[in-house]
Design a protein around this ligand. Structure first.
Ligand SMILES: Cc1cc2nc3c(=O)[nH]c(=O)nc-3n(C[C@H](O)[C@H](O)[C@H](O)COP(=O)(O)OP(=O)(O)OC[C@H]3O[C@@H](n4cnc5c(N)ncnc54)[C@H](O)[C@@H]3O)c2cc1C
Length: 319
């Protein structure tokens, strides 16, 4: 459950900077705007669409329409817009993580990366895989990134009209830092995409009988356009790297579809799951929490189901 979009009125103002592509908010974009009390600069392509996505969360939005993400040039364009803002917060999404250090450097400010909460006077940072929280006094001016998924946000049902302004800042052809030339933008490969960004995930748990099952799960995920994730039991066994672990001490995800194979649904796992539109669970225990959460709960041996599914998908691709 996320926290309310409303912010106590006595806190000093902060501003969010959120990069959008084609109007789509990155993971954690809405949470960052909420953490900043509704004030944000939305930069990128299709910024007008983002205004709708931030209904019930944003109060004041500045839209800066720019094409083709270039973190160095965009940081230079954003500098005059945020230089009088003491606290600038970005989502810890791939674009946010790319932009934040460049902006911090241009502004000559410290960067607090991977925060779980941010106020103008205090930043809490998750460290050592989320097992330690470090509290920092950020000083008067700083830049921070907020970890997607840790705050949550509940848009308010009744909300004042959003004040929207349009900024126009020319992109400088050259600056102190140079952007890499983009040769091509490839569609994401489900096998390597950052789990936090994956729209579909197939997850494996301790119900799987051997390490090779995780490769099988990846192959099946490939057919379904889904990325492979796992529970901590699986990553602790070394069957897949930690970056594939879903949960409070792993990656916080927010897929539209989650298919769980042999996953019990412990709270440390499900609290990192976001709000999938659809959950399918395959488990021999029809009463475990993952089955209770599922839209489609299949009481079956997950290993036999994977074998069967792989055969069906192979037949389909041959047909
Ligand atoms: C501080 C802390 C942080 C943690 N962080 C995380 C985290 O980030 N992510 C995370 O995932 N966990 C985390 N955990 C661990 C978490 O508490 C659970 O232990 C873990 O999620 C359980 O993983 P699992 O579902 O794979 O295994 P289990 O809980 O052992 O469940 C296995 C499931 O498989 C089913 N099963 C067994 N055989 C079959 C079969 N043949 N076919 C189908 N189903 C079968 C069982 O019915 C059961 O539901 C954390 C724990 C602590 C203490």
């Amino acid at each position: 459950m996320g926290r309310s979009a409303q912010r106590p009125p006595n806190l000093a103002p902060m501003i969010a900077v959120v990069v959008v592509r084609g109007g789509a908010l990155p993971s954690g974009g809405d949470e960052t705007v909420a953490e900043c009390g509704g004030r944000a600069i939305v930069v990128g392509s299709g910024t007008a669409l983002a205004v709708e996505a931030l209904a019930g969360i944003a109060t004041e939005l500045t839209l800066l329409e720019l094409e083709h993400f270039q973190p160095a040039a965009w940081a230079a364009a954003l500098q005059p817009l945020v230089q009088h803002e003491p606290a600038v917060v970005m989502p810890g999404s791939p674009d946010g993580r790319d932009l934040a250090p460049r902006l911090a450097s241009l502004l000559h400010r410290p960067l607090f990366a991977g925060a779980v909460t941010v106020t103008a006077h205090r930043v809490e940072l998750a460290r050592k895989g989320g097992t330690e929280i470090h509290i920092a006094n950020p000083g008067p001016e700083f830049v921070a990134t907020l970890q997607p998924g840790v705050r949550g946000v509940v848009p308010a049902a009744s909300w004042p009209a959003v004040v929207v302004t349009h900024a126009e800042v020319p992109l400088r052809a050259s600056g102190p830092a140079v952007d890499a030339a983009v040769l091509a933008v490839l569609p994401p490969d489900p096998a390597t995409i950052d789990l936090a960004e994956a729209p579909r995930i197939v997850g494996g748990g301790a119900g799987l009988d051997r390490p090779e099952r995780m490769e099988q799960l990846s192959r099946i995920g490939g057919h379904l356009g889904a990325s492979m994730g796992a529970t901590r039991v699986i990553t602790d066994r070394g069957w897949v790297p930690h970056e594939r672990q879903i949960g409070t001490t792993g990656v916080v995800v927010d897929p539209r579809l989650y298919v769980a194979f042999g996953v019990s649904g412990a709270v440390q796992h499900t609290s990192g799951l976001g709000n999938p539109d659809h959950i399918i669970s395959v488990n021999t225990d029809g009463h475990c929490p993952m089955m209770q959460l599922a839209d489609l709960a299949i009481v079956s041996d997950a290993n036999a189901t994977l074998d069967h599914l792989e055969r069906l998908l192979a037949d389909e691709s041959l047909a």
